[in-house]
Design a protein around this ligand. Structure first.
Ligand code: HEM
Length: 215
């Protein structure tokens, strides 16, 4: 060592670079934040506690519907008209699905609070159909891993195909009845649900000859 002292040079360990939060973590955090913002907005404008929480149940479902649409339609959209956006949505479909589950959990908290402050219970049909949809949603979230895909095999595809259509049905049915009962303000939501289903059916129809030829 030239002209230098013989003291050993202290080497500090490289700072552990914080691994970037996974896309799933980022999307779930953003979804939770967005859903809580919807609750805040609902509570801010409500005329009474009951009405505020009813709005919170509505706005959180609306927000999670906007996350559900790309989960439901990404593959078909990409098959029919591939673009940078459709490819990105398809690549992040699992993270988007978990973000949807996060946002819809805020809907669950919002509706439970609504019924609690109102001092009533959901009607039995909503409880069975809506409750069944939540159980299915959490089964899909719990199996959104590569290990579960490998372990469950065909049952994984059966669960996730059944689940995504079951959730679609609850959204479409809710917006269909609201459009009939409460007016055209709900029609854009119903139209979006029908358009997303249309994308899936058309892309499946176009895939069939190719699948048959491959057999
Ligand atoms: C036990 C299960 C559930 C209960 C008790 C429940 C209850 C509620 C309540 C109280 C509202 C507000 C009602 C109002 O406007 O007066 C609401 C709105 C809504 N819920 Fe749920 N819900 C459940 C599950 C679900 C599920 C699983 C979905 C979708 C997959 C869903 C989608 C919606 C939609 C789309 C709205 C209307 C939002 C809007 O006004 O734009 N709900 N729900």
């Amino acid at each position: 060592m030239e002209g230098g002292s013989a003291l050993p040079v202290a080497t500090f360990p490289e700072p552990a670079l914080a691994r970037p939060a996974s896309m799933t973590a980022r999307l779930c955090t953003a979804a939770a934040f967005g859903a809580l913002l919807a609750v805040g907005f609902a509570l801010w404008g409500g005329a009474s506690t009951v009405e505020s929480w009813q709005r919170a149940a509505r706005y959180t479902a609306r927000f999670s519907f906007l996350l559900f649409l790309p989960v439901f339609a990404a593959r078909s959209w990409n098959a029919l008209s591939p673009s940078t956006l459709s490819r990105a949505l398809l690549r992040q479909r699992r993270s988007l699905g978990l973000a949807f589950a996060t946002a819809h959990t805020v809907h669950l908290a919002g509706l439970a609070t609504f019924f609690a402050v109102k001092g009533t219970r959901p009607d039995p049909v909503t409880l069975v159909v809506g409750g069944g949809a939540y159980l299915t949603l959490y089964a899909m979230a719990a199996t959104s891993t590569d290990a579960a895909v490998r372990r469950l095999g065909r049952n994984w595809r059966r669960l996730h195909t059944f689940g995504v259509y079951y959730l679609w049905f609850v959204f479409a049915f809710t917006y269909g009845t609201r459009t009939l009962e409460r007016g055209l303000g709900y029609a854009p939501f119903l139209a979006a649900a029908i358009a997303a289903l249309g994308l899936r059916l058309v892309s499946r129809r176009l895939r069939q000859p190719r699948a048959a030829a491959a057999r």
